[in-house]
Ligand binder design. Structure first.
Ligand code: ADP
Ligand code: MG
Ligand code: MG
Length: 252
């Protein structure tokens, strides 16, 4: 599904990703962990196609297409959903209208007619129930005045509506309380299936108490320096990152 090979990316003059290799198969959940400043958010941004970053080397294959060749909207239409660390507020635009536009953009890209109102409403009801979001929230301006937990639930709802092939979640390094972690985890657990994969970027071992990943990777200084199963997350919880990063620092 997703194959990242030797990916290098820089911002301004600084090389931040320095040779990332990662393969995600259908239905898998991969957790990416690592100390602050390792390049986790940069990786998510590069996959989503944000323009501040320049890819200098390597390739990303997604569903047999060259992802790096596609515009951000095209990536979304191909089935990539990126939940941002800091969700945008859009005053005057409700979640419902925002999603109508997003869904119809994807349909247009695929050469399909816009979704009719009844179908949209039915889909919305079904997904709202799935991720346990209150109807009222969907009628308010997107993210405006939402609590942290409400933003998270809204983000998961958006993901449910877009029915992506690959969900990428970048969690903040601070400010996510246990309720918000649970909302994210429950959402991922509800939405994952044999064809839908997730890359969950987190600073928190705690999140992985609720989402059981198939693989855990440690990102450090722009490279994946260790990979394992969920047991690696437990080991990191116990021992921190030093036992991995010290030998890397020593060899530089
Ligand atoms: P993480 O998500 O693992 O904490 P980031 O990807 O946010 O790491 O950052 C990796 C490195 O890139 C850090 O050293 C950070 O300071 C730098 N960086 C990120 N964004 C920018 C930017 N817009 N301009 C300059 N440096 C940046
Ligand atoms: Mg950070
Ligand atoms: Mg980050």
């Amino acid at each position: 599904m997703l194959k990242i090979s030797n990916l290098h990316a820089r911002i301004e003059d600084k090389e931040i990703l320095r040779g990332i290799n990662l393969e995600v198969k259908p239905g898998e959940v991969h957790a990416i962990m690592g100390p602050n400043g390792s390049g986790k958010s940069t990786l998510a941004s590069v996959l989503a196609g944000r323009e501040d970053y320049e890819v200098t080397e390597g390739s990303v294959d997604f569903m047999n297409k060259d992802l790096l060749d596609l515009a951000p909207e095209e990536r979304a239409a191909e089935g990539i959903f990126l939940a941002f660390q800091y969700p945008v507020e859009i005053p005057g635009v409700t979640t419902i209208n925002f999603l109508k536009t997003a869904i119809n953009q994807v349909r247009k890209y695929k050469g399909e007619e816009p979704m009719n109102a009844a179908t949209f409403l039915k889909l919305m009801k079904e997904k709202a129930k799935l991720v346990k979001i209150d109807d009222q929230l969907l009628r308010r301006s997107l993210n405006e005045g939402f609590s942290g937990g409400e933003k998270k639930r809204n983000e998961i709802f958006q993901m449910a509506m877009m029915e992506p092939v690959l969900g990428i979640l970048d969690e903040t390094d601070s400010g996510l309380d246990i309720d918000a972690l649970r909302i994210v985890a429950d959402g991922v657990n509800q939405l994952k299936n044999k064809d839908r994969s997730f890359v969950v970027i987190t600073h928190y071992q705690r999140l992985l108490d609720y989402i059981v990943p198939d693989y855990v990777h440690v990102l450090y200084k722009g490279r994946i320096v260790k990979s394992g199963t969920k047991d690696l997350a437990l080991e990191l919880e116990e021992k921190g990152y030093d036992w991995i990063t010290e030998s890397i620092d020593a060899n530089e």
